[in-house]
Write a protein that binds this ligand. Structure first.
Ligand code: PLP
Length: 439
């Protein structure tokens, strides 16, 4: 009996001992196709020699130098590489050890920015009901997943939650996607006006909603209107690309698809591709200059920010994504995966919607395709599917998400960018086996 405090106290999990390409291998030699890259992490698959070499090289040179005393070569190089490809206006990179740290830092930076600009009354954060921004207290407060928040409510800062842009469930009959997008975005302006525009500091959203909804992109035009509304009221736009960033959707940054730039951008997961724990909060030159020209000190900081080995891994990962031309590959394989999922499951009586971008795909499960009624939560379909898929040798990320306060089941797929065409059917075959066993 190990003394590890696991995620699930009663789950009897196999011990992973190796990773090779798209597969994880347990102690008994069983191979699992990593169809969700864990939680959209392992974009380069497992055991990539170029990345492990870069990590070893860095370890041989320098393992750690505290950022209170030193900067480091890999941190500088990775920041420059990210900025060379970042959305317009984004100019600085603040490294973290993961996604929650990145969103937490973003919320604090938004607040400090306004304090330093002499607008301390700007303190309200607006987020969306269908969202996940991490599990630390600030990030959890921003997220809209009631199940995750419930017992911690008394500890959470007050955050306004507006509707997500969730076409499958919220677009009205006869309403065009464009009109729906504008209606959904208008909720932000209504909330800003309700709170008082000069009291709002930021709006945070995932460009493609991941864990709470199963790869839900916004309709065309939604984020452009969101950007306009933020600009009109001087509210900062924070985009959380922790899950959907780093090439996952077929663009290095998911917001490129929407044609907008945020003021603050959070990334993690695919940045280290699982080889090292690393995330980052990127911000505009204007925000950085405000702090640099004001107190000169962002009042934040964890011991391991800008860790040399983690940033060396990130540098090798981003280099690999760009040099191996994996982004066009994600677009091509993503379209094939989408077609294969539609071909295989679109007519399934419990499949309501198949959606996503690039190699970030979601399937929403329903009790009834006509009424779109969610499955009974008591059935625990998502958990059963996860187990059945695992049994069939497929790692996928099923979640019981939140649909208007109720729980709705979905499956998230986020396979490695390095998979090949033939492995698409491996995903759909194994998923079909799991679906047959459960639904
Ligand atoms: N933001 C989003 C969109 C996420 O999907 C996640 C994790 O799933 C996080 C933040 C938190 O990241 P981490 O688990 O690395 O703290």
């Amino acid at each position: 009996m190990s003394h590890v405090f696991p995620r699930h106290c009663h789950a009897d999990l196999p011990t992973a001992v190796a990773g090779a390409g798209c597969y994880l291998i347990d102690r008994d030699g069983r191979r699992y196709f990593d169809g969700s890259g864990g939680a959209a992490v392992s974009c380069l698959g497992h055991g990539d020699p170029a990345i492990t070499e870069a990590i070893k090289d860095q370890l041989d040179k320098l393992a750690f130098a505290h950022t209170g005393f030193f900067t480091s070569e890999p941190a500088e190089a990775l920041a420059d590489l990210l900025i060379a490809h970042a959305p317009l206006g984004i100019d600085r990179v603040y490294f973290t050890s993961g996604g929650s740290e990145a969103t937490e830092a973003a919320i604090k930076l938004a607040r400090q920015y306004f304090v330093e600009r002499g607008q301390p009354q700007r303190r309200h954060l607006i987020a969306r009901r269908q969202s996940y921004h991490g599990n630390t207290l600030g990030a959890l407060a921003a997220g809209g997943n009631e199940w995750r928040r419930a017992q911690f409510g008394p500890l959470l800062i007050e955050v306004s939650h507006i509707a997500p842009c969730y076409e499958y469930r919220e677009r009205r009959e006869g309403e065009s996607p464009e009109a729906y997008g504008l209606r959904a975005a208008q909720e932000l302006e209504d909330e800003i006006l309700r709170l008082g525009p000069d009291t709002v500091m930021a709006f945070i959203a995932e460009p493609v909603v991941g864990a709470t909804a199963g790869a839900v992109p916004a309709v065309a035009g939604y984020f452009r209107r969101i950007r306009e509304i933020c600009d009109r009221h001087g509210v900062l736009l924070i985009l959380d690309e922790v899950m959907c960033g780093m090439g996952r959707t077929g663009h290095l940054f998911a917001c490129e698809h929407d044609g907008i730039s945020p003021d603050i951008l959070c990334i993690a997961k695919g940045l280290g591709a699982g080889y090292q724990p690393i995330g980052a909060m990127l911000c505009s030159g204007q925000i950085y200059d405000t702090i640099a020209g004001g107190s000169g000190f962002f009042q934040h900081g964890h011991t391991y920010i800008g860790h040399p080995v983690a940033t060396a891994a990130g540098l090798a990962v981003v280099g690999a994504i760009l040099e191996r031309e994996l982004i066009p590959r994600v677009q091509r394989l993503g379209a094939q995966l989408d077609a294969a999922l539609h071909g295989r499951f679109a007519q399934h009586p419990h499949v309501g919607d198949i959606r996503g971008r690039g190699l970030f795909r979601g399937i929403e499960l329903v009790a009834d395709r006509e009424t779109r009624a969610p499955l009974d939560p008591a059935l625990k379909t998502a958990a059963k599917l996860k187990a059945a898929a695992f049994e069939a040798g497929l790692i996928c990320y099923p979640m019981a998400g939140t649909i208007d306060g109720r729980r709705g089941d979905h499956i998230l797929l986020a396979p490695p960018f390095v998979m090949d065409d033939s492995q698409i059917s491996e995903i759909t075959d194994r998923l079909a086996t799991a679906m047959e066993a459960v639904l």
